[in-house]
Design a protein around this ligand. Structure first.
Ligand code: SAM
Length: 362
């Protein structure tokens, strides 16, 4: 079969080159990004082969606890931004968070992800307190934080309290694009500083970006890929940008589902050892989004463990899925979905595997 990219580049050769060298020139990466849809089947097959080589058919679970939707930031794309006066704000108490963990543990989760807006109520002491309580109760579990930009000392304190992983998407690695998505009070330089600080402390770090966010260009996506190559995060989270009526971006269309899948496959080929989630946003934009994400190279799913009463309130974008189900139902539903895609959910802590060479030096 001959697959050409936009009538000239030999498509299959590019996939083979990406698989073998984990890198391509800027021009070739952009050619893959803009190639016609017939590149997708061989690209997804190559990505799936690569993930099976390293992670087999295992899919790791992360139990997501969305513990506050208060946020001091005003990101133009996000439904829980400070200026959304219509958002119904909530915070979970420590007991509610611990009860999510208890339920999650019984359901086989061995990673808890505490995610929230940047909520000043959660001082470093409060965060450390809840982290160390969870760590004390569930020493065999990983605690992941996803609570935004902090000082290095704060990250260190959370780490010392027992948090081992941190998710902080860089959102876009182009400073100009970053400035179009965020108010002046936020900067890409600080976002990157946070990510390198987290790495330096010893966290397993997750970075990532939205696909199809307003004003995004192919050069921005290229910058994202190059930044990820520099940072070398353990986890890479990408998902389509999805609109929310109560943001300044209400008139922009959602990101592209096919482009998100293609990027996911490219990232699997470039970062074979990375943990790559099939995100909730992927499941929101397409009914089989997470299954197709797994088939394109993803190996993590993040079911919701938050109490059903608050799920709808963690309203980052419209029509977010899994807002009406109990934790147990979510777990069962995801397991069926993972199985139907040809993979297997495992109840494991699910650390990123280290490359043989890297594992030898450490
Ligand atoms: N406050 C933390 C932070 O900044 O990392 C964590 C919470 S934040 C809401 C989690 C992620 O949601 C962001 O990194 C962003 O990529 C994603 N997100 C926010 N609004 C979105 C939208 N409209 N469409 C898709 N993803 C969105």
């Amino acid at each position: 079969m001959t697959i050409t990219i936009n009538g000239h580049e030999p498509g299959l050769e590019l996939i083979e080159e990406l698989k073998a060298t984990r890198d391509l020139s800027d021009a070739r990466l952009k050619a893959l990004l803009s190639a016609d849809a017939d590149i997708d089947a061989p690209m997804f097959a190559a990505a799936d082969q690569k993930r099976r080589e390293i992670y087999g058919d295992e899919v790791y679970l992360r139990g997501l606890i969305e513990f506050t939707n208060f946020c001091k930031n005003d990101c133009y794309y996000c439904g829980i931004r400070r200026s959304n006066g219509k958002a119904d704000r909530y915070r979970l108490s420590d007991d509610e968070i611990l009860s999510c963990c208890r339920e999650g543990y019984a359901l086989g989760y061995r990673t808890f992800v505490l995610q929230g807006g940047e909520d000043p109520y959660y001082t470093d002491d409060r965060v450390c307190d809840i982290v160390s309580r969870i760590h004390g109760l569930y020493p065999d579990c990983a605690i992941t934080l996803s609570i935004g930009e902090k000082a290095k000392e704060s990250y260190q304190a959370f780490f010392d309290a027992g948090a081992a992983r941190y998710l902080l998407r860089h959102e876009t690695a182009s400073p100009e694009h970053y400035a179009r998505l965020h108010p002046k009070s936020m900067s890409l330089a600080n976002r990157k500083r946070c990510l390198y600080d987290l790495k330096d402390i010893g966290y397993q770090v997750g970075a990532g970006f939205m696909v199809g966010s307003p004003f995004q260009t192919p050069d921005d996506l290229l910058a994202d890929i190059r930044f990820l190559q520099d940072l070398r995060p353990e986890m890479i989270g990408i998902g389509p940008y999805l609109r929310h009526a109560e943001t300044p971006f209400y008139a922009f269309d959602n990101g592209s589902f096919p482009l998100t899948l293609r990027l996911l496959a490219m990232l699997r080929l470039m970062f074979p050892y990375a943990l790559i989630p099939a995100t909730t946003a992927l499941g929101t934009i397409h009914p089989q989004g997470r299954e197709l994400g797994l088939k394109a190279g993803a190996n993590v799913v993040m079911p919701n463990l938050s109490p059903v009463g608050v799920r709808k309130l963690y309203d980052l974008y419209e029509n977010k899925i899994c807002t009406g189900e109990e934790a147990g139902q979510c777990r069962g539903c995801l397991e069926r979905r993972v199985n139907s895609a040809g993979y297997r959910v495992v109840s494991a802590i699910g650390n990123a595997l280290k490359e043989p060479a890297a594992a030898g030096i450490e």
